[in-house]
Design a binder for this molecule. Sequence first.
Ligand SMILES: [Zn+2]
Length: 233
Amino acid sequence: MNPFECSNQLINHLDAPSRKLVLKHSDVLHLSAGTVLSQPGDVSDYVYFPSGCVVALMLQQSEEKGLEVCLVGEEGMLGVETMLGLNESPYLIVVQSEGMVLRVSTELLMKMIARYPAIEQHLHLYAGVIMNQLAQSSLCGHFHVVQARLARLILMFHDRLHSNSMQLTHGLLADMLGVRRVGITKAAGALQKSRTLRYARGHIEILNVKALEAVACSCYAIDKATYQLILND
Ligand SMILES: [Zn+2]
């Protein structure tokens, strides 16, 4: 993959020498939906920069129950905690939408950071964004209704996939929002009735993005504004 094909915004916003260096030391992988990149407590030897795929960081309450706390696509990276010096990740990290990813050895990234402070500065800004998203996610789960949270989640996929179509089953959405499937059925039914989206057999087609934004909870706009801050610096 050359720099022009890499769609990861963190890498593409680095200065040219830093970007060239990271790309030179990256492996390009294609990940299928459902791939588990890391289990809670795992020590990862790699960090990942999505370039087409969308990955969820989930906290697990039990074997069956999880809660999506952060969605990462081409705007971000996986392995922030490793970069900050923490060896273990508390998250179950699962690919939710297939696509390419750039994989870099943590050891190599740390060496690059030592040589190019611009990389460290940029990735630390991203770490700050992730902290905000985690805090927002916690507030969202407590105070916002399922329909508004579902609209937010679908918009987050929309922004990362650059597409109005996506494959997301009831079960997956219920897991990610930490609610029962019946809650998803009800919320998705209301969005279908208002012709905001079409949903059949796990396939979602957004029919009206503006209407979906109007239904989404305020967390969506807050997260988006935080990302704009670092990507437009
Ligand atoms: Zn919310």
